[in-house]
Design a protein around this ligand. Structure first.
Ligand code: FAD
Length: 479
């Protein structure tokens, strides 16, 4: 057993004493973990937070975020109009196809109206949405400085309050005995240790960073997936708890995935690698054929289906092709577009069969029915007589230069998680609540997001359930 230097030690010479029994042990260092840790500490509990990543890479997927979705009765400093419970619930019901737990969902929605002052007290700052951010100015509050600033603000607050933090520390096992976590097996900076705590909050994210686990459902296609966020979300704690009889929730094959630039890094590329060119282009697979309606609905309602669509195509690769008049309609890409003066030349640069791409574009151009183009709404520019149709924003691709982007499935997070109740308490397969184990964030988001996605709801779930888990864990520990 060792004494380990903690985050605060740099400033005050404190150490984390792994022989001590903390009131609350929090697994993870993202938004949900931090909300739980700060809340538990505010409630008077002693708190130890264990983050697998080194300090420089702390904050999980949360450090890539930009906003959270908040109910509000009237305009605020950063949100326009109103966004009330019934509309929020209706939006969620539609994207999930009803695959959600209504009491938990409504509780989360209602709580989202009240968390902002607490976030601000922790140092989180907000700003109105900027242009090109998926039309979210009414529903989503944007973090000034993005998720990285949010995570840094919470870590600073946690340190000020006396939450002890260990980086480079992976939780491997939470040993459950009769519904109670009795001990926690960790590897800290390479050394195995055993830790005890009165309560544990699991906030260790999804398992999208574990390609071998995803391979069980997707086979070798995973080699062509790009993971948008942290490589540390490997699902070690999730798997360990499911193996010990914790109740699963959500479909293991489901994930949130978007169309990403195929030139992105395998992990942690973050938000900038997403491409929003799809509705103003045509998208072809590696044989040069279109495979889905690029203009089916407004982009905020469709961007999250394109990762999965590309994942289902051969080689998990697709190409977005547009012309000069479409090029300025979407957010600029982080990697330069591949540009050519003719479709033939573009095909060659993209590695596609020139004759086939030429034929696909010609067939599409012939099918376009001229309408009143309007990039901001569902306009009447559509195709006729081809399959798949392009239902909106269909204009001929005929104005050079032509542009192309290679696309890969960009996995944001997986949906399989732990079943929880309204106190964020993890349930066992027989339906009984565990004695001292709570969960928040992506690891339990599948309770509410069984399918589909609502932009900004990941951070809402993590914040609301992080606060609940922190409060409940502190109360349980201190009783
Ligand atoms: C590029 C990108 C942009 C996004 N944008 C938004 C957005 O604007 N709004 C929104 O609502 N959502 C967004 N999301 C989704 C959002 O990131 C998540 O819903 C949210 O951050 C989940 O928070 P979390 O704390 O549960 O998980 P994470 O932030 O991923 O944190 C998990 C933490 O657990 C740690 N960990 C994992 N396993 C272990 C272990 N065994 N032991 C110790 N530590 C462990 C990890 O290191 C990490 O610190 C985005 C995601 C990505 C990738």
């Amino acid at each position: 057993m060792r004494l380990v230097t903690c985050a605060r030690a740099v400033h005050i010479g404190a150490v984390v004493d792994l022989r001590r029994t903390y009131d609350v042990l929090v697994v993870g260092g993202g938004n949900a973990a931090l909300c739980a840790a700060v809340t538990a500490r505010e409630a008077g509990a002693t708190v130890l937070l264990l983050e697998h990543a080194p300090k420089a890479l702390r904050g999980g997927n949360s450090r890539h975020t930009r906003n959270f979705r908040a109910m509000h009765q009237a305009p605020t400093k950063v949100l326009t109009d109103a966004y009330l419970e019934d509309e929020y619930w209706d939006d969620l019901r539609r994207v999930t196809g009803g695959n959600t737990d209504e009491p938990l969902a409504r509780m989360t929605i209602r709580a989202s109206a009240h968390v902002t002052p607490w976030m601000e007290a922790c140092g989180v700052r907000f700003q109105p949405s900027l242009a090109g951010t998926l039309n979210l100015s009414r529903t989503n509050a944007f973090f000034l400085g993005g998720g990285k600033a949010l995570v840094n603000a919470y870590f600073a607050t946690a340190a000020r309050l006396g939450v002890q933090v260990l980086y480079d520390t992976e939780v491997r096992t939470l040993t459950l005995d009769d519904g109670f976590v009795r001990e926690v097996g960790i590897v800290s900076k390479g050394f195995p240790e055993t830790v005890r705590a009165r309560c544990v909050v699991a906030a260790s994210g999804g398992f999208q960073g574990n390609l071998d686990w995803m391979r069980q459902y997707w086979g070798d296609a995973v080699d062509n997936f790009v993971i948008r966020g942290t490589p540390y979300a490997k699902g070690v704690v999730l798997k360990n708890l499911l193996d010990q009889g914790a109740m699963p929730v959500g479909d293991a094959t489901q994930f949130h995935a978007v169309a990403l630039d195929a030139r992105s890094p395998k992990f942690d590329g973050g938000i900038v690698t997403r491409l929003d060119s799809v509705p103003f282009s045509i998208v072809v697979n590696r044989t040069g054929a279109r495979f889905y309606d690029e203009g089916e609905d407004v982009w905020p309602k469709r961007y999250a289906i394109w990762g999965r669509l590309i994942a289902q195509e051969a080689g998990q690769i697709a190409y977005s092709v547009c012309d000069a008049k479409a090029f300025s309609l979407f957010m600029p890409s982080v990697f330069p577009a591949i540009r050519a003066d003719t479709i033939d030349e573009l095909a060659v640069r993209l590695g596609l069969d020139a004759a086939v791409l030429q034929a696909t574009v010609a067939e599409y151009n012939t099918a376009v029915r001229v309408g009143q183009f309007d990039s901001t709404r569902l306009d009447d520019c559509r195709t006729e007589g081809i399959t798949p149709a392009k239902s909106h924003w269909a204009r001929r691709i005929d104005e050079p230069p032509f542009y192309g982007y290679p696309l890969r499935p960009g996995i944001t997070f997986t949906y399989l998680g732990l079943k929880v109740n309204e106190q964020a308490r993890v349930l066992m397969q027989d339906g009984r609540p565990t004695g001292n184990l709570f969960a928040c964030g992506e690891i339990m988001a599948g309770n509410i997001l069984g399918r589909g996605y609502l932009a900004g709801f990941g951070m809402t779930i993590g914040t609301v359930f992080g606060r609940i888990a922190g409060q409940e864990a502190a109360r349980h520990a201190r009783n």
